[in-house]
Write a protein that binds this ligand. Structure first.
Ligand SMILES: Nc1ncnc2c1ncn2[C@@H]1O[C@H](COP(=O)(O)OP(=O)(O)O)[C@@H](O)[C@H]1O
Ligand SMILES: [Mg+2]
Length: 350
């Protein structure tokens, strides 16, 4: 489960790719590795995790992603990561297996000992890696529930000779104590040349050189900003009049741009976006049932797809988590209530 859409070409990033390649090579060679891929929203962390997934021939990929709406649910993130591996739990010693069962709600009991859950996760990852190297890609780690973050970083600090890699993408603002001291790959904006090339690929027609340099400077090479912010500019601005420098933080500017794009859509499409934003799991069937309960016609979401804000495939995927944030933030409390009610009823109906 990734957020965002993988770029067709990853521009630049030679140094970053080299670090990732080395990490994967170490894992294959039986040197367990943990890595925090750290940087601001839109800088390309998910794209780099996707790059790893593409370089992992013969390895097993396990994924999880933190979700803002699940931060209060203990072990939600860990469960996402581990659920597909649970067929291996019979390899674990009884106390570890019991701790996992309680953590994941498969057995009743008092809250399990955190240490035991951490050890159990480590054993589970190790058991899986006996068959093939295991790369765990955990996106948006800033939104992991705290028990999952603690358990996974516990495991990350104890990887030794297992063929296990734990790679986390995390926004830089999020820096709880559990993340401290783990190896980091800092991701900054693209260098000017790569940024210019990405910008040119995003803007139809020729871009005035001064405007281009200015956008590159103001976005500090942030790929999402490069792809998104020019959309808010008129043809005249793109041709050279790009005016007022914008003092707002980049993430806010990007969110505003997504919000404008959303507001230009027909109302039913906006409602579909809001319902999708309120539904954390990307469950397409659930979203379809909810939109029916909201009396929206089939295909109501198509304009939002055409605008590139969301993919409504077998899973629902926002173009970037900032789209979700922008959509949710832009809605009124009453609008949010309506979609939450529809989602709740759609869940019951399943
Ligand atoms: N090196 C790159 N070359 C081309 N496009 C990129 C690159 N890095 C990121 N992108 C694109 O920029 C957008 C934001 O990247 P993403 O990985 O989602 O950022 P983050 O996960 O850090 O918020 C995505 O559309 C992604 O495809
Ligand atoms: Mg991301």
């Amino acid at each position: 489960m990734t957020s965002g859409v993988a770029p067709r070409v990853l521009r630049g990033r030679r140094a970053e790719r080299a670090v990732l390649e080395r990490t994967v090579a170490d894992v294959r060679a039986g040197r367990g590795r943990a890595l925090l891929v750290r940087g601001e929203a839109g800088v390309g962390k998910s794209a780099l995790l996707q790059y790893v997934a593409g370089r992992a021939d013969g390895a097993r990929i396990a994924r999880a992603a933190g979700a803002e709406s699940e931060m209060e649910l203990p072990f939600a993130g860990l469960h996402q990561l581990c659920a597909p591996m649970l067929d291996r739990r019979d390899r674990l010693p009884d106390p570890q297996r019991a701790a996992l069962a309680v953590a994941f709600g498969d057995a009743a009991g008092p809250a399990p000992d955190r240490f035991l859950v951490g050890v159990a996760v480590l054993s589970l990852l190790a058991a899986v890696s006996e068959e093939q190297p295991l790369l765990c890609l955990i996106d948006d780690a800033q939104w992991l529930d705290s028990t999952s973050a603690q358990t996974l970083t516990f495991a990350a600090r104890r990887l030794l000779a297992e063929r296990v890699g734990l790679l986390f993408a995390i926004r830089e603002a999020a820096a709880g104590p559990e993340w401290r001291g783990l190896p980091e790959l800092r991701v900054d904006g693209l260098p000017d040349e790569d940024a210019r090339a990405l910008l040119d690929s995003a803007v139809p027609g020729r871009l005035d050189a001064q405007v281009r340099d200015r956008i590159v400077a103001e976005t500090r090479g942030n790929p999402l900003a490069l792809l998104e912010l020019p959309r808010g500019l008129t043809a005249a601005e793109l041709a050279g009049g790009f005016g007022r420098p914008d003092a707002r933080p980049l993430a806010t500017q990007i969110e505003r741009s997504f919000e404008q794009r959303m507001r230009s859509l027909p109302e039913p499409a906006q409602t579909v976006l809001l319902a999708a934003a309120a539904e954390p799991l990307g469950d397409a069937g659930l979203l379809r049932r909810a939109t029916r309960l909201l009396d929206l016609p089939a295909g109501a979401g198509a304009p939002a797809e055409a605008a590139g804000l969301i993919e409504l495939g077998s899973r629902v995927r926002f173009r970037h988590p900032l789209v979700r944030t922008a959509v949710y933030r832009a809605a009124s409390p009453a609008e949010r209530r309506d979609v939450h009610r529809a989602l709740a009823r759609a869940t019951d109906a399943a």
